[in-house]
Write a protein that binds this ligand. Structure first.
Ligand SMILES: NC(=O)C1=CN([C@@H]2O[C@H](COP(=O)(O)OP(=O)(O)OC[C@H]3O[C@@H](n4cnc5c(N)ncnc54)[C@H](OP(=O)(O)O)[C@@H]3O)[C@@H](O)[C@H]2O)C=CC1
Ligand SMILES: O=C(O)[C@@H]1CCC=N1
Length: 264
């Protein structure tokens, strides 16, 4: 039995992925804070929705998907019901395995995960790190749960905050870029729907080339950039506005914020 505790956006994305991967609804328990949310989850997935204590008692694998700010109170609630036979997987930004272990007590195996919303289309990037009591078996169990919904990479926990900034938050940067490019299309007089179509297909095509060609992004960009052409005119403006420097600063800020989250 797997339980997802705090089934909001990320918890539901993982829940839907588990269902697509073939888990039966009776093998999954979810928890929610609001009754209307609990009803919606029961109706959408046919899963059992209980309180946190009940979920922690009945499941061997617990996926903690509350916000970092709600993690301490959730851990206090479930600590009496979790043992060294359980596996606790936390997907919360900034929350270290040490934070979870200290509040659960005992030798509870904890795996820290940072995934992202493309879980919804089975294209997530999930990075995982073992806590002090988590063994190869526990890491494998986390990989088995996450690999049907995308790519999984093991990283040292010291890199988790950086990964959160890069791939956890990453999809938001691409949506932001799409918004800005569509606005540019509008500025140039394109209908909004056509502009969105053009930008979306360009980003999908570029992403697939990047993933499947094995080429470095610089090579792929240079292939688009004709001497004296249109692309270099645009890139000169991006450089003038220091967009690369803005990305370096932005992702560093996200990493710093992730580091702060465990302290509330
Ligand atoms: N969104 C994303 O792209 C990503 C998020 N994450 C991480 O996932 C976690 C969840 O984020 P997200 O899904 O965006 O946030 P949400 O607010 O959508 O989800 C959290 C859910 O937990 C519920 N909740 C809070 N406390 C309790 C409790 N004690 N018992 C049961 N349910 C509870 C909330 O209820 P209520 O609705 O009443 O507030 C909410 O539905 C965060 O820790 C975040 O860092 C990780 C990677 C990507
Ligand atoms: O913005 C956040 O804090 C969460 C973590 C990674 C993506 N969303």
């Amino acid at each position: 039995m797997i339980a997802i505790l705090g089934t909001g956006k990320m918890g539901e994305a993982l829940l839907s992925g588990l269902v697509r991967a073939g888990l039966r609804p009776h093998e999954i328990t979810a928890t929610a804070r609001r009754p209307e949310r609990a009803d919606a989850l029961r109706e959408r997935y046919g899963v059992r929705v209980t309180d946190n204590a009940e979920a922690a008692k009945s499941a061997q694998t617990l996926i903690l998907a509350v916000k970092p700010q709600d993690m301490a109170s959730l851990l206090a609630e479930i600590a009496p019901h979790v043992s060294a036979d359980s596996l606790v997987i936390s997907v919360a930004a900034g929350i270290t395995t040490g934070f979870v272990e200290a509040r659960l007590g005992g030798d509870v195996p904890v795996v820290r995960v940072m995934s992202n919303t493309p879980v919804l289309v089975d294209e997530a990037m999930s990075v995982i790190s073992a806590g002090e009591h988590a063994s190869e078996v526990h890491l494998r169990r986390a990989e088995d749960l996450l690999s049907p919904v995308g790519k999984v990479l093991r990283i040292p926990e010291s890199q988790q905050d950086a990964a959160t900034a890069l791939s956890g938050s990453g999809p938001a940067y691409f949506f932001y870029l799409v918004e800005a490019m569509v606005d540019a299309g509008i500025l140039l007089g394109m209908p909004r729907a056509a502009a969105l179509d053009m930008v979306t297909q360009s980003i999908v095509g570029a992403a697939i080339m990047l993933r499947d060609s094995g080429e470095h992004p610089v090579i792929l960009r240079e292939a688009v950039t004709s001497p004296g052409g249109t692309t270099i005119a645009a890139i000169a403006e991006l450089e003038r506005h220091k967009v690369r420097a803005a990305f370096l600063d932005a992702i560093e800020a996200a990493r710093d914020r992730s580091r702060q989250l465990a302290s509330g």
